[in-house]
Design a protein around this ligand. Structure first.
Ligand SMILES: [Zn+2]
Ligand SMILES: [Zn+2]
Length: 274
């Protein structure tokens, strides 16, 4: 795909004992292993739409459109639809999702297992996958402090919270808070959808598909998909790689992710020389 991968992509490095790869034995998934995987969720005529289920009124129209456009560009060639609760109101209240106050943050958290149980029957027949998103904090079981999200890959769905990717939640005051939250949310969204394609955590480069343990680690690498993971996605969807990069550059420009747009601009210049 790209002869100059080493200048555009940084080989994955472990920077702290808290990093994901310091704590998890992650086997690398080669392109061939992905291709041969029996667990691949293949796109079919009947199941070919990515649904983004917006289960939180705090995700406003602007935020929804950003998620939609970024997802469409990242998964170029796939149809992406927004879904919302049929009944107006707070999803957590309507569905009686159990909650608690987290002892460390003092903030309300919702039971991710209960959300998953409620949303599994909502997965449309035409869904390649459905990702439920919220700005509420989540926990998986009483003994856990929190969870970023939970998925059931065989049911092609999962629920994920963006709240811990909000700089303010991390105690970081910045005038760019909104932009950073949205950019992080887009990164996390496409990472989780990547798992729906049976792409495992990437150990090759700093990449959208890296596993991460912390806010800091997620922001280090989440924005760009490396050549190995791109090749896996290209096999699954069949897009034209250059067309996808053009689309990503256009979308990042239009939604204000200027650093990402610059990156894709450089990448495309390089792509032209190959
Ligand atoms: Zn992951
Ligand atoms: Zn990768």
């Amino acid at each position: 795909m790209c002869e100059n991968a080493e200048t555009l992509f940084t080989p994955k490095t472990i920077q702290s004992s808290e990093d994901w790869l310091s704590c998890h034995e992650e086997k690398c998934q080669t392109f061939q292993a992905f291709k041969d995987s029996k667990l691949r969720n293949k796109i079919s005529k009947e199941r070919n739409i990515i649904y983004l289920y917006i289960a939180d009124q705090k995700i406003d129209d602007d935020f929804k459109q950003i998620l939609l456009s970024y997802c469409q560009a990242f998964y170029h060639g796939m149809q992406v639809n927004l879904m919302e609760p049929k009944v107006q109101g707070d999803f957590m209240v309507i569905h009686n999702i159990p909650c608690r106050i987290n002892q460390y943050t003092g903030m309300k958290q919702y039971d991710a297992e209960a959300i998953l149980a409620k949303t599994i029957p909502m997965v449309p027949k035409s869904a390649y996958c459905m990702l439920t998103v919220t700005l509420q904090d989540l926990y998986p079981r009483p003994s856990w402090n929190f969870v970023f999200g939970l998925a059931n890959l065989s049911k092609r769905t999962g629920v994920f919270s963006f709240v811990r990717y909000d700089p303010l939640f991390q105690g970081i005051q910045t005038p760019k808070r909104n932009l950073i939250l949205k950019r992080n949310a887009c990164g996390v969204m496409v990472h989780e959808i990547g798992h729906m394609f049976a792409i495992k955590h990437c150990t090759y480069y700093e990449c959208t598909m890296n596993g991460f343990n912390s806010y800091e680690e997620s922001t280090r690498s989440i924005r760009y998909l490396c050549p190995v993971c791109t090749k896996k996605l290209q096999l699954a969807i069949g897009f034209d790689t250059k067309e996808r990069l053009v689309k990503l550059r256009e979308v990042c420009e239009s939604i204000g992710f200027s650093e990402n747009a610059e990156y894709y601009k450089d990448f495309l210049l390089d792509f032209g020389r190959v």
